[in-house]
Design a protein around this ligand. Structure first.
Ligand SMILES: CC(C)(COP(=O)(O)OP(=O)(O)OC[C@H]1O[C@@H](n2cnc3c(N)ncnc32)[C@H](O)[C@@H]1OP(=O)(O)O)[C@@H](O)C(=O)NCCC(=O)NCCS
Length: 164
């Protein structure tokens, strides 16, 4: 269990298992325009370079959040992260990110990268609060029914974390 989990009564963070893939996919479909499928999550669980966690509601056993991290040599990337709408603003995404940052830096990553829609205020606030800084912009990168939106590239060096 993540050290921070003691401050999240009613929840626990644990490694994702194959049987979580269906729930993770359902949540992904509920919150993303380009969601990951069940097969996508299962594939990630078999990739040696991927790490995946879920947040479990300990009362219901329901998966209410997930994060997938990719580790390639000294590079790390947050591939996807989400928390179910009814469980937001309780520190769950922060706890998932803390867990992933610790893992990435402990495994030798020099920094952790991610990509976020430029209009995703909640995610931007989360990442800024964790020390991520914008390193680039891909114009019109995301194309959704609402039209094209820029992607922001963000990075946090490991030396600033407790894992590096
Ligand atoms: C972004 C997301 C993962 C945040 O999950 P969460 O569990 O609600 O986040 P936390 O409770 O851990 O919030 C941590 C901090 O992030 C910031 N934050 C989170 N949601 C916010 C919001 N809606 N507005 C402003 N700031 C927000 C705040 O600084 C917050 O700290 P605070 O609550 O003490 O003010 C969640 O909104 C989500 O799943 N969104 C849809 C999927 C998504 O956009 N994923 C990221 C793709 S790059």
């Amino acid at each position: 269990m993540a050290p921070g989990s003691a401050q999240l009564p009613g929840y626990r963070i644990r490694w994702m298992r194959p049987e979580d893939a269906e729930a993770a996919s359902g949540l992904s479909q509920a919150v993303f325009d380009l969601p990951w499928t069940r097969e996508h999550f299962v594939t990630e669980l078999h990739r040696p370079l991927a790490r995946a966690w879920v947040v479990e509601d300990t009362t219901t056993g329901e998966v209410v959040g997930f994060l997938v991290l990719w580790l390639v040599a000294d590079q790390a990337e947050i591939a996807t992260v989400a928390v179910a709408p009814d469980h937001r603003r309780r520190g769950l995404a922060r706890a998932l990110m803390d867990r992933a940052l610790r893992e990435a830096c402990a495994q030798g990553a020099r920094q952790v990268d991610l990509e976020v829609r430029a209009d995703n205020q909640a995610a931007l606030a989360l990442y800024h609060s964790l020390g991520f800084q914008v390193t680039g912009r891909r114009r019109g990168y995301y194309y959704t029914p609402r039209g094209p939106t820029d992607a922001l590239l963000m990075r946090r060096p490991c030396r600033a974390s407790n894992g590096g």
